[in-house]
Design a protein around this ligand. Structure first.
Ligand code: ZN
Length: 224
């Protein structure tokens, strides 16, 4: 049976939005991604509104290591006493606040700009309580789901595929104007291969890091 999913959308960098997903499980909730530091109050309020009081959040699972998805992980871990599990390749990103820790080395312009706009602040860096690999059974973290490595956006980007067929795809896809490969690509060949991998899955709905959920058919139709 599908678990109820609450989408929590936070704003960052003026015009951008990013999603976190609160999934109801037997004995509480699992939070997939945690939004940017700037969206903290809104996210915390949304958790409480959904009935997720401290003690009810059992686990935080991250799809990848970027600052807009991990900005409140350490804060919420402390506040709600919920451990953090994330894809192994991206652990260095959240430990050091360096988005290139699991990407190809940046050119000089990116290297100059990135620390100014897209960086996990020192106080919000953390060491995850657990890391997982492709194919991991996430029941260990309280969610009836499997980890599916979907690299390309960064090395660790990972889909969380629930037993009900919902796929939280991280930043493989976005759906701002239409469902498509997300604009920030580190490794184009890997990203394409990840998109092809998703097409082989039996899915109910795809929940992207940015934008609205969509079906696999909607993605295929929008990207012939
Ligand atoms: Zn993102």
């Amino acid at each position: 049976m599908a678990q109820p999913i609450t989408t929590i959308t936070a704003r960052f960098m003026l015009f951008m939005t990013v999603n976190c997903y609160l999934v109801a499980v037997d004995d509480g909730f699992v939070l997939i991604d945690t939004g940017p530091v700037g969206g903290r109050a809104a996210i915390e309020n949304a958790l409480l509104q959904a009935g997720c009081q401290p003690g009810r959040l059992k686990q935080i699972i991250l799809t990848h290591g970027d600052f807009d998805h991990c900005g409140n992980a350490a804060y919420l871990r402390d506040k709600f006493n919920a451990p953090i599990a994330m894809p192994r390749p991206d652990a260095g990103m959240v430990e050091n606040g360096d988005m290139f820790a699991s990407r190809q080395p940046p050119g000089p312009i990116m290297k100059a700009i990135v620390p100014l706009v897209s960086r996990l602040p020192q106080a919000d860096r953390f060491t995850p309580d657990a890391v997982f690999d492709d194919g991991a059974d996430l029941a260990e973290y309280g969610l009836d789901a499997t980890a599916i490595a979907l690299p390309g956006h960064c090395r660790g980007n990972t889909g969380i595929l629930t037993a009900a067929g919902d796929l939280f795809c991280g930043d493989l896809f976005g759906n701002l104007n239409k469902p498509e490969i997300w604009s920030l690509v580190d490794d184009a060949a890997a990203m394409q291969a990840s998109a092809e991998k998703v097409k082989t899955l039996d899915l109910r709905l795809i929940y992207p890091g940015h934008g609205k959920p969509f079906t696999l058919a909607e993605y295929v139709n929008a990207n012939p």
